[in-house]
Design a protein around this ligand. Structure first.
Ligand code: HEM
Length: 124
């Protein structure tokens, strides 16, 4: 629907949370990515998931407020590569497809994320 917030078009909180959880699970199964989360206990992972959720909820126009640190500060020094970023994006596209998210909304989600890439990725 024209004029409707992306948050609503994606199906609201529960639908977005399901995508975030699926993406975290995929990243956890891939050794190239999961190595970044070694040493994070379950509670830290849940906190991280909640901060990601708050951020995406707010960025898509939902009724949330992100209280975490800014993207550049939190990812600086991790050394995330463009290849690893692309791996994450590929998982995300697969998940959006599985959840039946339409192409227009997929593009909006990807465009939101591409705006963050420069703050998160540090090497090719
Ligand atoms: C390949 C991609 C990514 C990897 C490997 C990655 C990895 C990480 C790691 C290891 C942390 C914890 C850092 C720490 O506590 O010291 C973190 C924090 C965080 N990341 Fe990412 N990240 C990625 C992409 C993203 C994206 C696309 C988003 C946003 C949609 C995001 C949002 C966050 C948030 C909100 C935090 C927590 C901020 C806080 O603690 O205040 N990350 N990330």
């Amino acid at each position: 629907m024209a004029g409707t917030k992306l948050y609503e078009r994606l199906g609201g909180y529960n639908a977005i949370a399901a995508v975030v959880d699926s993406l975290m699970a995929k990243m956890g199964e891939d050794a190239r990515i999961s190595r970044y989360f070694v040493g994070h206990g379950d509670d830290s992972k849940r906190r991280l998931r909640q901060l990601q959720m708050d951020m995406i909820c707010e960025a898509t126009g939902g009724p949330c407020f992100y209280t975490g640190r800014d993207m550049k500060a939190v990812h600086k020094g991790l050394g995330i590569s463009g290849t690893e970023w692309q791996t994450m994006i590929s998982y995300l596209i697969g998940i959006l497809e599985n959840f039946g998210v339409a192409e227009t909304e997929q593009k909006e989600v990807l465009s939101l994320l591409s705006g963050l890439k420069g703050d998160i990725v540090e090497k090719p």
